[in-house]
Ligand binder design. Sequence first.
Ligand code: AGP
Length: 595
Amino acid sequence: MCGIVGMIGQLGTKDMVLKGLETLEYRGYDSAGIALHTGEEVVVYREKGRIADLKQHVPTQADATLGIGHTRWATHGRPSKRNSHPHQDSTGRLTIVHNGVIENEKQIRHEYLSDITFVSDTDTEVIVHLLSKLLAKSGNMSAALIELQTILHGSYALAIIDREQPEVLYAVKNKSPLLIGKGEGANYLGSDALAMIEQTKHFYELNDGEFALLTKQSVQIFSKTGSLVDRETYEAQIDANDLAKGPFKHYMMKEMHEQPAVIRRITKAYLTDENETRIEDAILTALRQAKRLFILAAGTSYHAGLVGKQYFETMAQIPTEVHIASEFVYNMPFIPEGSFFIFISQSGETADSRAALVAIRERGFEALTITNVPGSTLSREANYTLLLHAGPEIAVASTKAYTAQLTVLALTAAAIKQYAIDLKLELARVATAMEHICEMSEQFEMLAQNYFAHGQHAFYIGRHVDYFVALEAALKLKEISYIHTEGFAAGELKHGTIALIEEGTPVIGLISQQAIANHTRSNLQEVSARGAHTATVVFESLAQSGDTIIIDDVHTLLAPLVMVVPVQFLAYYAAYIRDCDIDKPRNLAKSVTVE
Ligand code: AGP
């Protein structure tokens, strides 16, 4: 999960590439670099750390009409200047940036590059030396790129500069995301549309194995075997001000506050004024015919899938399994005939989920992808897509995408057999409840100070759907505040894990379901009796004196949509108090495009 960007055709390339990298920094921020073709030579600037650190080392007067850039999430080789991209071949003729993982890089070093002195530990340097050899042999870059792809195994999005061809920018795509931006008098490439959105709204998709030649005036796309591909551009449905933080200090806070508006937008997108579903018949037919549903996802999206199971089994009576995508691929359960798959992915680029999609499609099963990114890999490779309409989610910690996923799952499950719920009304209530929670910021900041300013351990506990929210609450807290947090089934604690409870251990109980409210309260008593510092997040109708965070009731099935908002805020303020990088937490990236 790195970010790459490139431009060819006009001066201003240096600034465009640096700005493009800033929008891609959520994809990885261990190191960054750019390369500029000045006409005679290719100048490379690389630094460990953020784009801001790199910019200190790029002369303000530097510019070019051809350039590429890279922001890195380290896979092969630690974050360092020597491992940062761009990388060059031994002669300096070829300069390359890469997003992905070359699985056979050791074999290639051994078979093709034993005479090469490597200056980094990266698999990317293997690519550029191999390409240099293939180019020397064929004398033609297109032929070399075709042969290169017969040797590389793995995922790669490449941008390549050939010093001898200052009027061409090369792009190669396999499994990792890469878009070509069509401009006026210039053309662009990037890991996603956001990187180029200030230059153009018109993009070409590249399919796996394809490569492209970009010049000032033209874009040519070729198949893996070198035949010219005729492809139209599409218009991206985002605009540059989606990237602005507005009055917020962090994207995460902005995106938490956007949740009510996102719920209302999704409701409009999926329901007519007469409360009829707008989901296309083909999708509903496929779901109605399914004997069993499999929901596959990673991280927060997996947590959304757990709630989704509740919806499909309650509202549509379809047996549903939920699996972590990276486990499913390599430990596949029995999949009965008539099964149907649902992939949930904010980015639509998660390699673990994509690998699972490839595996089930090879076995003849159909799939629906629920994603926030139209044209993403998981969208293009599934049979059907349902969009989240959440707008770009920049903060690494997913918030509005999670509640958007739950909303789309509820609307879909209810549409299968016209379940008796007025979702237009109930989701309006959810949006209003979310707005009230957003007004409680000060209380959340105080609670975070009280529970999470110090200490290295915490628990969220719940039963029923509150357990699924507890898992998501724990992920939010640990991924941005670095507090080791577990989401736990409240009734399960006493079967061993309660041994971890010490004086002052924060344990937050989530209570939205009337049938299990007292059980969870008993479990809180059990840990409190052992010194835990307990708190509750509870529906108003179930509140008791002494409760900590009391929120508006909503329809019991939609409880996770509102129960999650206070714990998102608690995670935000915990990270803020502990001076962590809220939008770009250490070791993480927004789009995990490696397995
Ligand atoms: C969520 O806060 C994390 N950033 C992460 O778990 C994320 O949900 C996961 O990587 C899946 O991403 P996706 O939804 O884009 O597939």
